[in-house]
Write a protein that binds this ligand. Sequence first.
Ligand SMILES: C[S@@+](CC[C@H](N)C(=O)[O-])C[C@H]1O[C@@H](n2cnc3c(N)ncnc32)[C@H](O)[C@@H]1O
Length: 276
Amino acid sequence: MEIRSAVDFYERHPISCAIILAKLAASRGHLDGLVPEELFPHDQDHYGGLAANDALAQRAGIGPGTRVVDFCAGLGGPARYLAQRHGADVTGIELALARVRGAEELTRRVGLQDKVRIIGGDVRQVPLADASVDVVISQEALLHVPDKPRVLAEAYRILKPGGRLVFTDWVAHFPLSEADRELMWQGMAVTELYDLPAYAAVISRAGFVVGAEDLTAEWGAILTQRLAMYRRLREETQAAGTPAGHDAFYESYVRFVDLVNAGMLGGGRFEGGKPA
Ligand SMILES: C[S@@+](CC[C@H](N)C(=O)[O-])C[C@H]1O[C@@H](n2cnc3c(N)ncnc32)[C@H](O)[C@@H]1O
């Protein structure tokens, strides 16, 4: 299937609600009485796992009752974690409807539906009222969204005065070649990227007071380990004679890890405050 949007990519993504539930059913024999902690090893679709959520929570001051919106919520992993571990009330915005339905099912199965809701929508046009939430977060997802100024304007609009925006995203420390840009788009639905100072400037232009941290070294170590795991899985499936999965993804992932380790691509964590 040709990639035309992030939704195309996420419709064939290897992590899905059905796959998570099948794994859990195989390991525990049934799905009765699931608790959120059992999902956490499977439902976090970003680098750095639960610690990356804690880093956002700490920087945004998330605690019991904080009204949080998660931009590009995926299967709702960070949203459920922030509700369960930090007591937040979380609304996720997610474009791919299969993931919205998967998020709803996972949330219901672990009994968090009163604190977490994932709604279908585009973060470029958020279906929430002005000045209605305390915190906006996003984990490693805006790389898929063109027109980041519009996304940041939406975050600013829905935040109350004094509210905080904290998120992680890919950055391009140097401009990519046309061939690499095409590879990242075809394999992982990556759209426009900024370098760290340019990203901070775009956030600032949306009205926020900004801070930025470079996560590239941290991500390089995580990605190198993940690539070794993907390689092992591919070798095992190839040895077993079964299809080894999405080749465009694998090819672009190998190149992505090279580019991160070469310091061309990387990650950033950004913090913005809406003036009180
Ligand atoms: C890498 S996943 C991250 C999911 C989640 N943040 C997590 O950490 O588990 C990126 C998600 O962004 C969603 N997405 C992409 N473009 C979007 C948009 N314009 N509006 C809302 N969600 C979008 C994708 O469908 C996908 O589920």
